[in-house]
Design a protein around this ligand. Structure first.
Ligand SMILES: *Cc1c(COP(=O)(O)O)cnc(C)c1O
Length: 453
């Protein structure tokens, strides 16, 4: 059976249900599966013929056997993944995977919808109550709020940086109400995340049943491994060992961790292009072996990636045999040569991001938004360095819908991205957020006042 250990190795291993329900380990480390399960022989040959929910149920079943029956898991995946996952050929062997067709139009829906249903079920079975705390750089908050809205036994608090999310991103979370509270901070995402982390380790709040729906929760990563297998098995002969290249626009590195899990499960990958915006602490780390966070993080148009110290870096380092604590101290260096063989770091600034949006549209007729454009530009620059890989299937992840960023898209390519159904009606909804000082005392007072039983 798979157990989940903390990257800080300071607490005993737990089972999946406990890892999901607690979010962060008691020693402030992040849970990692041991062992990482392998895809069964012959699975990749079958994978291309499975529907997305079928694929998700088979892959996630390798992790969840102790917590859910196969029938329960299948039901959960059918319900969660009722939208398309388009794979679009842009030119030659270069593709974009659109992960923006869920109800809040970003890839965060893949994990949020699984987690909302999984936690809802666990809470029901165990008669527990949960208070989910989530800091968001733009898209997590709305995906989690939608996925948990109305789930019995679970209440949600979302903290977001008021000046660093787009109008539509804000409205997606503030117009819900119900069991979802939203707190607007005149601050950075990293500060929102720090408040949430402090609450988890505050003994005064132990009775509130706190858990995290940020990608520090392993429940966010497991579902994010599925679409890598989906894309690769449909676009390449992965069953025959053909390798693919993925380009992953990254902020907190949860999306990349999903890909790395798929790789360790046995998916043949040539290289992951790790594409960040100007917050380039990880590409620099890959280059130099020295890690320095960026504080405060830089404000870029790919706002959901404005992260100066990615929480999942501790997991990436762990996967490569090293150890990094929650504040970014490297206790044991990872195997850097191996990291460099498997991961290619690249930082794309705003000018370059905008140029990529224009290029993709003018040359290929493809509409990308700022995050997907960072991935696309990162892929181009990697392939420019490696002409020998020009014939390799390459897949860049488009992580949000262009209609979430209409002003930017209109200014660059002169079109209004058609609004998906999920974003209709948003501009007229009533907003419910409250403003809060970026200060732990205020946050704690709020939690105690509103949620103390
Ligand atoms: C969250 C987000 C990212 C970054 O994903 P991480 O898992 O934090 O690396 C990229 N693009 C969009 C649109 C996002 O919402």
């Amino acid at each position: 059976m798979i157990r989940y250990y903390s990257t800080n190795r300071g607490v005993p291993e737990v089972d999946l249900a406990e890892a999901l329900l607690t979010g962060q380990a008691g020693d402030k480390g992040l849970f990692m599966p041991d062992p990482i399960p392998r895809l069964a022989p012959g699975f990749l040959a079958r994978a291309r013929d499975l529907s997305y929910p079928e694929l998700a149920a088979e892959v996630l079943g390798l992790y969840t056997e102790a917590a859910f029956t196969p029938a329960a898991l299948k039901e959960l995946c059918d319900d969660a993944y009722d939208f398309d996952v388009p794979l679009e050929r842009i030119s030659g062997t270069r593709h974009v995977m659109r992960l923006d067709r869920g109800p809040t139009a970003s890839f965060k829906d893949f994990a949020a919808r699984f987690m909302g249903r999984a936690l809802g079920r666990l809470v029901r079975e165990r008669g527990r109550e949960l208070l989910v705390l989530t800091a968001t750089s733009g898209d997590t908050g709305s995906a989690i709020a939608h996925a948990f809205l109305g789930v019995e036994g679970i209440r949600v608090v979302v903290l977001f940086p008021i000046h660093e999310v787009s109008d539509r991103q804000r409205r997606q979370m503030t117009t819900l109400g119900g069991n979802v509270a939203t707190l607007a901070l005149d601050s950075k995402f990293d500060n929102c995340q720090a408040l949430v982390k402090q609450a988890f380790s505050d003994p005064d709040l132990a009775g509130l049943g706190l858990t995290s729906a940020n990608s520090i929760n392993i429940g966010r990563l497991l579902p994010q491994s599925v679409y890598y297998i989906h894309a690769a098995s449909r676009l390449a002969d992965v069953a025959g060992g053909e390798k693919v290249i993925f380009s992953v626009p990254s902020g907190n590195f949860g999306d990349l961790m999903g890909g790395l899990l798929a790789f360790h499960m046995g998916l043949p990958v040539e290289r992951f292009v790790v594409a960040t915006n100007a917050n380039d602490e990880v590409p620099r780390f890959l280059e130099t072996g020295r890690y320095a966070k960026i504080d405060p993080s830089l404000k870029c148009i790919s706002n959901a990636m404005n992260v100066g110290h990615p929480s999942n870096l501790a997991r990436v380092v762990d996967l490569y045999g090293g150890s990094m604590d929650e504040v970014g101290n490297l206790r044991v260096p990872p195997d850097l040569p191996r990291m460099r063989r498997e991961l290619h770091g690249v930082s794309i600034d705003d000018a370059h991001t905008r140029a990529a949006i224009v290029e993709a549209y003018k040359t290929h007729g493809a509409v990308l938004e700022p995050h997907g454009a960072v991935g696309w530009a990162g892929l181009q620059s990697f392939l420019d360095l490696h002409p020998e890989l020009a014939g390799t299937t390459a897949i860049s992840l488009e992580t949000a819908h262009p209609a979430k960023f209409p002003e930017e898209i209109r200014a660059l390519i002169g079109i209004d991205p058609p609004l998906p159904d999920s974003l209709r009606g948003l501009d007229s909804g009533v907003e419910h957020h409250r403003e809060m000082a970026t200060e732990y005392g205020s946050f704690k007072d709020f939690l105690v006042r509103e949620y103390r039983a």
